[in-house]
Design a protein around this ligand. Structure first.
Ligand SMILES: C[C@@](CO)(OP(=O)(O)O)[C@H](O)COP(=O)(O)OP(=O)(O)OC[C@H]1O[C@@H](n2ccc(N)nc2=O)[C@H](O)[C@@H]1O
Ligand SMILES: Nc1ncnc2c1ncn2[C@@H]1O[C@H](COP(=O)(O)OP(=O)(O)O)[C@@H](O)[C@H]1O
Length: 309
């Protein structure tokens, strides 16, 4: 008898950069109150799911050797959460192809979790509504709802309450991927330590930044990029100062640490400039590798299997 191997459900999901990241005080639940503007970038992971006897996870691609394949992987937890909601066993094989740097401040694990929610919803024909997917996402991590959402959005609370932001046109970025990673909780803890010593200053409101986004004006946007976690990331990884200086010297409009770092994101005037900045930055040895990306792009979405493969 012929056994039919079902087609996998494949979802692509973008990385994010925080254009504005204002970190409030530590809350009783161990999280910091955030006010952030996220933008989804054209650097993505791909998550495939296929029915299997038991839940397994495999990871390949960029930094795969640093990613756990057991229940510490966010895709594992996402699968259990959807299965629980559907009242069934999480009997699937999940394959993750990483393009987003691991522990890079670009929310790769969160992206994979969001992709898994969408993929299993489709595989199991659940037709969960957006609100349910969002609720499952927020339970998995602060950045997971944005990975579902994509585009450009303001996040509040832990980052899980989202409102879309109008961004005209496309912005062009160069990403400098670092040699190691930074742990998100350690970077927040370092910020608390620096603040206890009375430094550094806190970001204000993102009103002017939102106007620059609506106008699609990269030159106006550049000096408004701000990240309260940057001093903490630089304190833990001082060599990032050189990376930031090198990107600006290469012609970027501005450079910023992405989220909790250590990836540095450089906003460029246009695509041509991004290609030039990327090439120059790659040549000066201040990072492991560079990527050119554009944003905003949509959130997690089913890959078009007919056309794509
Ligand atoms: C900093 C940001 C900015 O977008 O992203 P990354 O740069 O890590 O990608 C996020 O807030 C990270 O979100 P995410 O990586 O999902 O974090 P979570 O799993 O929810 O939290 C991990 C840990 O980080 C700290 N944490 C996280 C979010 C927050 N608002 N306050 C915190 O203090 C807490 O110690 C928490 O236990
Ligand atoms: N699917 C996943 N992809 C990447 N990292 C994951 C994943 N699941 C769990 N992790 C763990 O989460 C940590 C943070 O990863 P990641 O989401 O890539 O970075 P960040 O929180 O800086 O945006 C990693 O060091 C890894 O151990």
């Amino acid at each position: 008898m012929l056994s039919v191997v079902p087609d996998p459900v494949v979802v692509t999901v973008p990385a994010k950069v925080n254009l504005h990241l204002a970190v409030g005080d530590l809350r009783d639940d161990g999280y910091h109150e955030l006010s952030t503007v996220f933008q989804a970038l054209s650097l993505s992971d791909e998550v495939s799911v296929v029915p299997a006897d038991t839940l397994t996870v495999q990871v390949q691609g960029e930094g795969a050797q640093f990613v756990p394949t057991d229940n510490r992987n966010l895709v594992w937890r996402a699968a259990e959460a959807v299965a629980d909601r559907a009242g069934r066993e999480p009997a699937v094989k999940i394959s993750v192809r990483k393009g987003i740097p691991v522990a890079g401040g670009m929310a790769g694990g969160s992206a994979d979790a969001a992709a898994t929610l969408l993929a299993l919803d489709h595989l199991w024909g659940l037709e969960l509504d957006r609100a349910t997917l969002h609720e499952l996402a927020a339970d998995l991590g602060s950045d997971v709802p944005f990975a579902l959402h994509g585009g450009t959005a303001v996040g509040s609370g832990r980052g899980e309450h989202l409102l879309p932001v109008l961004a005209r046109d496309t912005f062009h970025w160069v990403l400098a991927l670092a040699k190691g990673g930074l742990s998100t909780p350690k970077v927040f803890a370092e910020l608390d330590r620096l603040r206890a010593e009375g430094r550094p200053p806190r970001a204000g409101t993102p009103d002017a930044l939102m106007q620059a986004l609506a106008a699609g004006d990269a030159a106006t946007l550049a000096p408004l990029l701000v990240n309260d976690l940057q001093p903490a990331a630089l304190s833990l990884m001082p060599e990032l100062r050189r990376t930031l200086r090198a990107g600006e010297a290469a012609g970027a409009l501005a450079g910023i640490v992405s989220g909790s770092g250590p990836t540095c994101a450089f906003l460029c005037a246009d695509e041509q400039s991004a290609i030039q900045v990327g090439a120059e930055l790659a040549g000066v040895g201040v990072c492991r590798t560079v990527r050119v990306a554009a944003g905003p792009v949509p959130g997690a979405r089913l890959a078009d299997i007919e056309e794509g493969r």
